[in-house]
Design a protein. Structure first.
Length: 336
């Protein structure tokens, strides 16, 4: 579908009520070539996806307008990329490679067709980063815009890397950006739209997808997608593994851009690095002395005990995002 034809058709049917469910499906799937793992794509009762490993890694994420995104802050294309990235990062965190995506969409009838086309364009674009496609889904009418994506993946003969495998003595390492999306959210909530680097990180993350399988091949003992904040997510690893995790502040190199934004907003940028979500970095543990895969930076150790400490103490700042916690729903913040 060319941009010019998309614009012309969208003006003929300006909203979802005029286009209809099946018209929308035809519009957003037209001229989308299938990926190598897609044996049967959109158009039948179900898709058929190749799973040569014989096991399926599956995960799902839901984004709700006003809770996870705002269309006055992000383009529809950015939102599409964001919801796909969140799922692909979860697949990578298991040490798997993605094979396909299923999409569920709920939207009011007056939703502009251009908005839905933008969402679809963003989802397809992010899927193509890892060489997969949208193989099917469903559309329904509802009072608010909601997007649900289910990602499928293959372990390629490896064992899954779980949260429960960390052992005392393991080294803790991270790959990917930390704090950028949180800094971008802080900028947006104060009514600004720049600097573009941090705002863009909130709008559409850039997870290190290839680092997941690489970590698995390197012998990672545990791994997790940093979606709710590094301390919160490493806390899940510590709890699942029955261990403690000790981080060192000096191990983190805070990017100059975050230092500048923090100074402008009166925020310690380490708060964003340690507790900010939505960057979808990967945090993993590796056996002591093991060579870390390219891109991973050591930040601490797995120890006896429980919980996560920073420089030997419980962190005094926030701990990360958790849905249904009253304090999380004040101040206009958005969920990871």
């Amino acid at each position: 579908m060319s941009p010019s034809s998309s614009t012309s058709e969208s003006s003929d049917t300006p909203d979802l009520g005029g286009l209809g469910e099946f018209g929308l499906i035809a519009r957003v799937t037209r001229d989308r070539p299938p990926s190598a793992s897609t044996l049967l794509g959109p158009g039948d009762d179900a898709a058929v996806v190749a799973q040569p490993d014989g096991r399926v890694v599956a995960c799902v994420d839901v984004l709700v307008e006003g809770v996870h995104f705002r269309l006055d802050w992000s383009r529809p294309e950015d939102v599409g990329r964001k919801v796909v990235a969140a799922n692909l990062a979860d697949v990578a965190a298991m040490g798997a490679a993605p094979t396909g995506l299923l999409v569920g969409l709920v939207a009011p009838a007056d939703t502009p067709v251009a908005t839905l086309e933008g969402l679809a364009d963003g989802m397809w674009a992010e899927a193509q980063v890892v060489g997969v496609g949208l193989v099917g889904g469903d559309v329904a009418a509802g009072p608010a815009l909601m997007i649900s994506v289910t990602a499928l993946g293959t372990l390629e003969g490896r064992e899954a890397v779980l949260r429960s495998g960390a052992r005392p003595g393991d080294q803790v390492a991270v790959c990917g950006r930390l704090g950028w999306a949180a800094a971008g959210l802080a900028v947006l909530t104060r009514g600004f739209r720049s600097p573009g680097t941090v705002v863009g990180a909130h709008r559409a993350p850039e997870p290190p997808y290839a680092a997941g399988p690489a970590a698995a091949l390197a012998g990672a003992t545990a791994m997790i997608d940093v979606s709710d904040g590094l301390l919160a997510d490493l806390g899940h690893v510590a709890e699942a593994s029955g261990v403690g995790i000790s981080l060192e502040r000096k191990a983190f190199e805070v990017p100059e851009r975050l230092v500048e934004v923090g100074a402008a907003l009166g925020v310690d940028p380490m708060e964003w690095v340690l507790t900010g979500g939505e960057d979808h970095a990967l945090a993993a543990t590796f056996p002591a002395g093991a060579a870390l895969p390219e891109g991973f930076t050591p930040i601490g150790l797995v120890v006896e005990g429980s919980g996560v400490t920073v420089d030997g103490e419980e962190y005094a700042g926030g701990g990360g995002w958790e849905h249904f916690t009253p304090s999380q729903h004040s101040g206009g913040t958005l969920a990871p």
